[in-house]
Design a protein. Structure first.
Length: 156
């Protein structure tokens, strides 16, 4: 799926959404509310603070370790995205207009869902696997895994 991300800002944003979402098994709401200050680089990768989640209604937060990786390389993808759009504070994930204008507002959960579903369809994941509420957590699922389709696969 990562190989299908186009060059340019939209592709860089999508690559981070896919790689980081898969590496951390994040819900869309967790990804879309990430702030630059929630990311702490450590020698082995990133430490990410999820401030609030569906399973943490009191808002105590949870830290998630993200390894640098050698295939998905989510840390490199985050660094490349943030440097390309010169984001130093605020939301990590933002809408990008076709002309390359980056919004200051966070990407909506529904938009993140559509982005992941679009790439999943392009590698042949359809039907029930895309009807689940959190494809970022479940791609590849049983159907994709059975066919050898993963986030890194370059079939299209």
């Amino acid at each position: 799926m990562l190989a299908l991300c186009p060059d340019g800002l939209i592709g860089r944003r999508d690559r981070v959404l896919l790689a980081l979402g898969f590496a951390g098994a994040f819900r869309f709401s967790g990804l879309c509310t990430l702030q630059v200050d929630d990311l702490v680089e450590v020698p082995d990768g990133l430490r990410i603070l999820i401030r609030r989640s569906k399973t943490d209604q009191e808002g105590q937060g949870q830290e998630v370790a993200i390894p640098r990786g050698y295939r998905l390389r989510p840390v490199e993808a985050v660094q490349t995205w943030l440097a390309a759009v010169e984001i130093r504070a605020g939301p990590v994930f933002r809408a990008v207009a076709r002309g390359g204008k980056v919004s200051s507002r966070p990407l909506a959960d529904a938009s993140a869902s559509r982005i992941v579903k679009r790439y999943a369809r392009r590698v042949g994941l359809e039907g029930r696997s895309l009807q689940r509420s959190q494809p970022a957590q479940r791609v590849p699922d049983q159907r994709g895994g059975e066919r050898g389709v993963g986030v890194q696969d370059d079939r299209g």
